[in-house]
Ligand binder design. Structure first.
Ligand SMILES: [Zn+2]
Length: 250
């Protein structure tokens, strides 16, 4: 828990996915709403974290309904990520952390056949390599394959989300002081999952026409990250050009 991990060798300039992305890829395909595209990821049956939110079901439902309605109406993700007037900041962070964890787990589950130890012997995003470290098996930053790194990340995120001392399960229990740090750690690693997929697998994802889902999920993710400053700008560097493209596109 709360592990620091090496950011790896973050050097040089990178070709970013923005180079691959055309305007059309952001548009909703005919016959499919953004909501549908989003739901495709959201409904893949990753049943994690439900226990942690059951007591806060009202807020959770409100968030999900707002999300769906806004996306169905072609709403602005920039507004969608903002803290609702009646919501507690930590509750909002918790619910969204669970949401993005589930989204990322579903994305990786559907794409893992293309990300193997053989194809990706190290976890990288372009020239940036990420080394794994945890308090159990990897006390020092260690090179692991991309699928291992991603599986470790998701497993650790799940264990944090399911820990009621960090994600309280009772309405009258406060979030611990370390809560936001834990959330930031999860988001940092989920970002690396996106970065790896974009750098190493985007062409294959595009061939299978999964890129629109990936893009809409990442767009939502990055607006949320920026709204709550969950990831340091330096850590966003591998996808910086892409993020600027997303943020400046109206
Ligand atoms: Zn890979």
């Amino acid at each position: 828990m709360g592990n620091k991990q090496s950011g790896g060798r973050e050097t040089g300039t990178n070709d970013t996915p923005v180079d691959y992305l055309s305007q059309q890829e952001w548009d909703v395909p005919q016959g499919q709403t953004a909501h549908d595209a989003y739901q495709q990821w959201d409904n893949q049956g990753v049943q994690v974290g439900e226990r942690a939110v059951s007591h806060r079901q009202d807020l959770h439902n409100t968030m999900r309904n707002t999300l769906r309605n806004t996306m169905m109406a072609g709403g602005d993700l920039r507004q969608l990520v903002k803290l609702p007037a009646q919501a507690d900041r930590n509750d909002w962070l918790a619910l969204n952390t669970i949401h993005f964890y589930k989204t990322c787990a579903a994305i990786f589950e559907s794409l893992r056949h293309m990300c193997t130890k053989e194809s990706c012997p190290m976890m990288c995003a372009g020239v940036t390599e990420y080394l794994w470290r945890d308090n159990k098996n990897y006390p020092r930053p260690t090179r692991v394959s991309a699928p291992e790194y991603i599986e470790f990340s998701l497993k650790e995120a799940m264990s944090v989300i399911e820990n009621p001392e960090i994600f309280p399960t009772a309405d009258d229990v406060d979030f611990p002081p370390s809560f936001q740090e834990k959330v930031r750690e999860i988001f940092k690693r989920l970002f690396r999952l996106f970065a790896h997929l974009y750098y190493s697998h985007y062409e294959s994802i595009k061939d299978k026409q999964r890129n629109k889902n990936l893009n809409s999920s990442f767009k939502h993710f990055i607006f949320f990250v920026l709204e709550f400053q969950l990831i340091d700008p330096d850590s966003l560097a591998p996808l910086q050009k892409f993020i600027e493209h997303i943020v400046t596109k109206r």
